[in-house]
Design a protein around this ligand. Structure first.
Ligand SMILES: [Zn+2]
Length: 86
């Protein structure tokens, strides 16, 4: 399973530094869920796999590497999972 996190704040609200990192994040609620079909490249035989994507809203905890300020901002996380479809 792969997760992709996106969040709004790109700089520290206290000192304006862009040198920030994600400390942690918490999923809040499922926003949407959709399925698509993608080629499976793991074997020699070509076949399609089902890819399920779930998008959650989340609370992102950010930390500034310059002044050590921590704060939270809203974000989204999309979760992708491949499923065998036979
Ligand atoms: Zn800062």
């Amino acid at each position: 399973m792969t997760e992709m996190l996106e969040y709004e704040d790109k700089e520290c609200p206290k000192c304006g530094s862009k040198n920030i990192e994600v400390v942690d994040y918490f999923k809040v609620e499922l926003l949407e869920e959709f399925e698509s079909r993608v080629p499976d490249t793991s074997g020699y035989v070509f076949r399609l796999k089902k890819k399920v994507t779930k998008v959650y809203s989340c609370e992102v905890l950010l930390g500034c590497l310059e002044c050590n300020h921590t704060w939270s901002c809203p974000g989204t996380v999309s979760e992708e999972e491949m499923e065998d479809d036979r």
